[in-house]
Write a protein that binds this ligand. Structure first.
Ligand code: UTP
Length: 285
């Protein structure tokens, strides 16, 4: 059973420039919490309490966020602000986190490979640091259940409009049940007319330890980057990849409108913000 999770969060975040010159996109807030906290919370809720966070130069704010902050805690304690103190401590206790650095931004596959020594040979989860999924059962837990049954690799699938296939990695294969595909191949960003399906891979995976060896032998692909999809294609050709149409809503917080949508969704979901958010939306509609 997979227990460790890798969270790649070392990317340059060019879709969110200029703010990402100085602030990691994973630290941009959805209300009162950074995006990365929602991702870690999903992993923890699904039982992945050992997290390998892949970071890079200029992104140490993430490590600080999940660390203890004795001076701040002492100040809050002295001021009797116990609710805030509880919040600050809760974040530092969320998970057991080790960080590894990806020294050059050579793609998602390269970022996952940076976690090899921390993971070893066992199966592990991957949750992308800028993809947030709100679901009753954590999306990565839905994938882990399938993995327990089938082994191999499991990827999260999202049904996208056919007109949008060019933006995604699209899977080809046969449906084994209404929400599960045995993936035979993946096509990177196909035109709508030639896309083999409308099922795209989004940021959740369960991967076998073997993926590291495959990644080491994967040459740079699209954009000169080492693509995780290219390594997965090797397993798919052997029939060892399942895709799961997960239950839940996914938000790409790596671009301004995606973050805004995630913020609206979260504000309407959280009782303490819902009423105020509805009033704001009505004012701007
Ligand atoms: P993205 O493609 O969304 O990230 O990768 P990016 O490269 O930071 O963003 P843009 O496209 O330039 O705006 C998905 C996830 O993989 C991580 C990112 O941090 C993000 O969480 N990633 C990507 C890495 O860790 N290393 C990389 O070299 C590339």
């Amino acid at each position: 059973m997979a227990r460790k999770a890798v969270v790649p969060a070392a990317g340059l975040g060019t879709r969110f420039l200029p703010v990402t010159k100085a602030v990691p996109k994973e630290m941009l807030p959805i209300l009162d919490r950074p995006c990365i906290e929602y991702v870690l919370a999903e992993a923890v809720e699904a039982g992945f309490t050992d997290i390998v966070l892949v970071t890079s130069r200029g992104k140490s704010a993430m490590e600080d966020y999940f660390d203890r902050s004795p001076a701040l805690e002492a100040t809050l304690e002295a001021a009797g602000k116990s609710a805030l103190l509880g919040e600050v401590r809760r974040v530092a206790r969320l998970a057991t986190i080790v960080t590894v650095r990806q020294q050059e931004q050579k793609g998602l596959g390269h970022a996952v490979l940076a976690a090899a020594a921390a993971i070893g040979d066992e199966p592990f989860a991957v949750l992308l640091g800028d993809d947030i999924i709100d679901a009753r059962v954590p999306a990565i837990g839905q994938l882990a259940r399938v993995h327990a049954e089938t082994g191999g690799a499991v990827v999260a699938l999202l049904d996208v409009p056919r007109a949008d296939t060019r933006k995604y990695g699209i899977c080809a294969g046969e449906m084994e049940s209404p929400n599960r595909m045995r993936v035979h191949a993946m096509v990177e960003k196909p035109a709508p007319e030639v896309a083999p399906s409308t099922l795209s891979i989004v940021g959740r995976y369960i991967l076998p330890g073997e993926i590291f060896e495959i990644l080491r032998n994967t040459p740079p692909g699209a954009g000169g980057e080492i693509q995780l999809t290219d390594a997965l294609a090797v397993l798919a050709a052997r029939g060892e990849v399942r895709g799961v149409l997960f239950e839940g809503r996914r938000f790409d917080t790596g671009n301004p409108l995606g973050l805004l949508e995630a913020t609206l969704h979260e504000a309407l979901r959280r009782p303490e913000y819902a009423e105020g958010a509805r009033a704001l939306i009505a004012r701007y509609a």
